[in-house]
Design a protein around this ligand. Structure first.
Ligand code: ADP
Ligand code: MG
Length: 319
């Protein structure tokens, strides 16, 4: 198969939307923003052996490549609309590409996303997605918007992806069923777009958890010029992990693990009911895990009120 057969037969196959004036096939795509909406851009790159194992199946890989980008839109409260996909592929294998594209377009369709362009080159397996979303003008869940007295919340459960990864690395041995639950989160994270949108009207700061709860919380604290107290045992995780793992190891997975792509956000105390309602409406559990304060630092407390010192500090590519 040649490059243009791939573009024409695999990529240029989907219905487009009325705000796309020009999609795949020209030198560049053209979209027309709707009046009253701001455009919101992000990109995330995934490399073999760094973000995924080389033997991952094309369905799971396609899901993850797109889902992590959708998650960035969720973290802004934005509605994802359009993506550009740049891919380095070692070869153009028909079965592999069919499986990859079917899975990618299934997720895109689920979120109402149109592929409007990209680039394809021969090379080691690598993907970069640029995603464009819409936000009601002037609104966004920004990292610099946390205020003293805000509650800190997370969606879903934290630490599962890290547990699955550590099982792969043979640092722990999870029972089959527990591993399967964790591996599903690692491979197929669910972007919390509906929750992000529901939070827009009352939440303050937000971000998705990709590099570990502690580090990601740190970004909000730094940007907002505030501190926080988090109660480690109120952070929701898989109950089996609490039973199976040594507490300090579990804390590392929860606070420094990352890859769960849940939302971490702050909201005024007066909005507790609204947050829970928003979670219910989206079918996503939301849990209050701490409070924003004026300490200027992040303090993680155990059930006795003692400060927990983490042995690792979240993911840093150059760390
Ligand atoms: P150019 O030479 O101008 O960069 P290309 O030949 O690379 O154009 O691409 C032709 C068209 O196919 C463009 O519209 C481009 O956006 C689209 N395209 C190429 N690769 C991809 C891809 N991986 N995903 C989506 N669209 C792609
Ligand atoms: Mg090109």
């Amino acid at each position: 198969m040649k490059e243009f057969d791939f573009i024409k037969n695999y990529l240029f196959t989907q219905p487009t939307d009325s705000d796309v004036l020009l999609g795949i096939g020209d030198d560049a795509a053209i979209i027309r923003p709707r009046p009253g909406w701001d455009l919101c851009f992000s990109s995330d790159m995934l490399l073999k052996d760094r973000h995924f194992f080389g033997d991952v199946c094309p369905e799971d890989l396609a899901h993850k490549v797109l889902a992590v980008n959708i998650s960035d839109m969720a973290a802004m409260g934005a509605t994802p609309r359009w993506v550009l996909l740049s891919a380095g592929l070692p070869q153009l294998d028909k079965n592999w590409l069919t499986a990859f594209c079917d899975s990618m377009f299934a997720l895109a369709k689920q979120f109402g996303i149109t592929l409007i362009g990209g680039d394809t080159t021969k090379g080691d397996l690598v993907f970069n997605v640029t995603i464009i979303g819409e936000l009601p003008s002037g609104k966004a869940l920004r990292r610099d918007a946390a205020r003293i007295g805000d509650d800190i919340w997370v969606s879903g459960r934290i630490g599962l992806a890290a547990a699955a990864l550590n099982h792969h690395w043979r640092k722990i041995q999870l029972p089959d069923e527990t591993f399967a639950l964790c591996e599903k989160i690692r491979l197929r994270p669910t972007p919390r777009v509906e929750l992000g949108k529901a939070l827009l009207s009352f939440a303050h700061a937000a971000q998705d958890i990709s590099d570990g709860l502690a580090q990601d919380m740190g970004h909000i604290l730094k940007a907002s010029g505030v501190g926080a107290e988090i109660h480690a045992d109120s952070v929701p995780t898989l109950p089996e992990l609490r039973k199976l793992l040594d507490p300090s190891l579990l804390y590392d997975y929860i606070f420094a693990g990352g890859d769960d792509y849940e939302l971490l956000f702050t909201a005024p105390q007066a909005c507790r009911h609204a947050v829970i309602e928003a979670g219910n409406a989206c079918g996503t559990t939301v849990t209050r895990i701490g409070k924003i304060n004026d300490s200027g630092r992040l303090n993680i407390l155990d059930s006795n009120g003692n400060t927990i010192t983490l042995t690792t500090l979240g993911f840093d590519h150059f760390g």
